[in-house]
Design a protein around this ligand. Structure first.
Ligand SMILES: *[C@@H]1O[C@H](CO)[C@@H](O)[C@H](O)[C@H]1NC(C)=O
Ligand SMILES: *[C@@H]1O[C@H](CO)[C@@H](O)[C@H](O)[C@H]1NC(C)=O
Ligand SMILES: [Cu+2]
Length: 705
């Protein structure tokens, strides 16, 4: 009996071959199986031919990369190797910008990160010439994303250890109930961490529940050398802490004790009698309303939005807003300094691959009926491509909101009411990184606004405790989080999601402007008012001018403008980044996890465009030491005025768990906006027509069956 239970596999047939897609969830998901059989509203797989210079690698291209590398000396002569990243090496930005639909496709290249004998190498593979060259990393420390195959392998290692088996049975847990998870170890400048790729394995019991996270075998940590496949150390504390019972922790609908119909509301769906208003051309080019953008899945980032353009209602010109936007890194530090917990400071994109953890979406529940689904092609550790079906969904969303309105008060015999309904286009993926689920939305609005939203759901990482009631606890300060259930503490933690936003407002050369609200006091006798606010504009000259910490008592707007494109009356065309609910890291700047995730030192940064600076915690985030972070790059204090610049925004959450988060969390969301400021001459949706009854005939329910 093994600790890992890979029971969930699904077979996907495509025209050339059969690929096996394994997920590393530990139990079969009923909904997953349903949709494979029915596949409602899923359109065909990605085409095997790329059409656009930014299109992701196709199945034949992955196979070609693999074939070319098979005869490369680095791979051919090594006994063991793995490919921990294979992705399109995007052509240089200026070349992509010149490329037009109908032009011959630009040469295709793949960037491959290979781990050979415990060392990482970057190989650039030219798919046209089959030439292979070595690429530069910029990182001096750290390792690439850990692959699923490596995690499967290390999860078996503890079970070959007598001491591990003994402590499991001493704790009264049956071997067949043990489920283990692979936890990235962070980096703490300890001798054992040098020149070794490490992982920490912790285990749970899944007796009587699929929600094994609620049954931790507390205090047991197995330190494993990933490449040598051996146990280095076993930390065995907390033997006196019982494994929680797990009663009523199973969250599957099928096991809920049903007393009649549990529905709180009748089913709702959005109907589009005339069909959707968006198209996805050549697999990746999305066109909707006044928007057009390139969309692709990515093993590390999840979703990449490229070349987002919005149509100007006055000139009908398609105007550039963003060259590239994606979630660059995540940081999830837990607030417990004890042996079994201090290292839990995950960086989910660079350590596990945010896209690799993007599991198939569940139609009707993850996305509405009118959604279109996009598949991803990723590569396994040996380079074999596989298809992750339904990884992204795209849909028009109408939540009953208003795009703009006015009713004139009937004081002077006015009878005016004008209202426009608000319909948005949503692009969504969900990354299930171990216990947590991140719902990532990019929402495009007709008024030119882009909203980036993150929803957190899934299961808490909890800590076992001897306490089963608050009245046994002398003071809350003894714990690292609230008691959530008998013998379970929800450890306090943060979530940070960093966005790379290469805004190109009407072209690449842009400036960053801080528009600071300042209190002004009136002179004696000047006005009955004592004070008022003024907006003071300041153009950032260098990177340090653009290291921004938000404060309610020193508020600013943050604009990215094109100084050479002005409106009719002379305002520079721009977009602003609009933060909403967010959180800042309070860890010590010299704390190792904070140094590694130094992108959380500020909420906003602006750097000059540099193709190799894309991953906010460095290219190699696993066991990184913080030498290749956004903080390090920004400290060079390069010039950023009227240049091609990249804005970085970090969305944060402090999470003090509560009983409602148990046994699975209702979604918590936050977002930020990219909003036009003097980009359009006036309200860009002024001419949007309202609905009338004829637009939306009422259908009987049987018409929809
Ligand atoms: C681009 O980024 C890399 C990695 O940080 C750095 O080594 C290089 O100097 C940068 N180039 C410029 C022009 O800043
Ligand atoms: C540990 O237990 C597992 C599961 O019962 C068994 O397969 C394995 O052989 C045991 N390992 C040792 C070293 O006894
Ligand atoms: Cu949380």
């Amino acid at each position: 009996m093994e600790g890992i239970k890979l029971r969930s596999s699904l077979v996907v047939s495509i025209s050339i071959a059969l690929f096996l897609l394994f997920t590393w969830v530990h139990f079969p998901s009923p909904s997953l199986n349903n949709y494979v059989i029915k596949k409602p509203h899923t359109r065909q797989h990605e085409s095997d031919v790329p059409h656009h210079p930014l299109d992701p690698l196709t199945v034949p291209e992955f196979n070609k990369v693999r074939a070319i590398l098979a005869t490369h000396p680095l791979i051919e002569c090594s006994s063991t190797y793995s490919f921990n990243a294979i992705a399109l090496e995007e052509p240089d930005k200026e070349i992509v910008l010149k490329w037009k639909r109908g032009d011959p496709l630009l040469p295709r290249k793949a960037s491959v990160t290979a781990m050979v004998n415990g060392k990482s190498h970057i190989l650039l593979v030219d798919l046209n010439t089959a030439e292979v060259s070595y690429g530069k990393s910029g990182s001096t420390s750290g390792y690439p994303i850990i692959m699923k195959e490596e995690m499967d392998r290390v999860l078996r290692v503890p079970f070959r250890n007598v001491e591990f088996n003994r402590t499991i049975s001493d704790r009264g847990v049956k071997m067949e109930d043990v489920v283990c998870v692979p936890l990235s170890p962070g980096w703490y400048n300890m001798p054992i961490e040098n020149s070794r790729r490490l992982i920490k394995v912790q285990c749970f019991s899944n007796k009587d529940t699929v929600n094994f996270y609620m049954k931790p075998i507390e205090g047991l940590t197995v330190l494993v050398d990933i490449d040598r496949n051996e146990v280095l150390r076993i930390f065995d504390n907390g033997r006196g802490i019982p494994v929680p019972t797990g009663i009523n922790t199973d969250y599957r609908y099928s096991v809920q004790k049903l007393n009649g119909d549990l529905r709180l509301f009748n089913p709702i769906s959005m109907e589009q009698l005339k069909g959707p208003s968006f198209t996805v051309e050549d697999g990746h080019l999305v066109k909707w309303a006044n928007w057009e953008f390139h969309l692709k899945p990515d093993a590390r980032a999840g979703i990449i939005i490229s070349q987002a353009k919005v149509r100007d209602p006055e000139t009908l010109e398609l105007r550039s807003v963003m060259y590239k936007g994606f979630t660059s890194e995540l940081f999830v530090p837990y607030m417990d300094p004890t042996e079994a917990w201090y290292f839990k400071t995950y960086m989910d994109a660079g350590e596990y691959g945010f896209g690799l953890q993007g599991m198939p979406l569940d139609p009707l529940n993850d996305c509405p009926r009118n959604a279109y689904y996009m598949d991803a092609v990723f590569a396994a550790a040996d380079g074999t491509p596989f298809i992750r079906t339904n990884m992204i969904c795209i849909f028009e969303s109408y939540a009953g909101d208003v795009a703009w309105r006015h009713t004139e008060v009937p004081l002077n015999n006015f009878k005016v009411t004008e209202v426009r309904p608000k319909v948005n286009l949503v692009v969504r993926m969900v990354a299930s990184v171990g216990n947590y689920d991140y719902i990532i939305d990019w929402e495009f609005q007709t008024d030119g606004l882009i909203r980036s939203k993150v929803g957190l759901s899934g299961i808490l990482m909890v800590k076992g405790t001897t306490y089963d009631h608050m009245n046994q606890i002398p003071s809350q300060e003894y714990l690292y989080g609230p008691l959530l259930s008998e013998n379970i503490i929800g450890v306090i933690h943060d979530h940070y999601i960093n966005y790379y936003l290469d805004l190109d407002i009407d072209g690449s050369d842009n400036s960053f402007v801080k528009v600071n609200m300042k209190k002004h006091e009136t002179l004696p006798g000047e006005s009955p008012r004592k004070s008022y606010l003024k907006a003071i504009r300041k153009v950032a000259k260098t990177e340090k001018d653009a290291q921004i910490r938000l404060s309610l008592y020193d508020p600013s707007e943050f604009h990215v403008i094109n100084p050479s494109r002005k409106t009719r009356i002379g305002n520079p065309s721009g977009y602003k980044v609009v933060p909403s609910g967010t959180a800042a890291s309070l860890l010590d700047a010299e704390d190792p996890p904070q140094k590694r995730a130094a992108f959380t030192n500020n909420q906003i940064w602006v750097t000059p465009y540099n193709k190799t600076e894309q991953w906010a915690a460095g290219l190699f985030a696993y066991q990184s030491r913080g030498d290749d972070t956004l903080q390090v790059w920004s400290n060079r204090d390069r010039e950023i005025e009227n240049k091609d610049i990249v804005l970085w925004y970090t969305l944060g959450f402090h999470h003090i768990p509560c009983q409602e988060d148990y046994p699975i969390m209702p979604t918590v969301s936050s977002s930020f906006d990219l909003k036009p400021v003097n980009f359009f001459e006036r309200n860009p949706i002024l001419r949007l027509p309202p609905y009338s009854k004829d637009d939306l005939p009422v259908c009987k329910s049987h018409d929809l069956a």
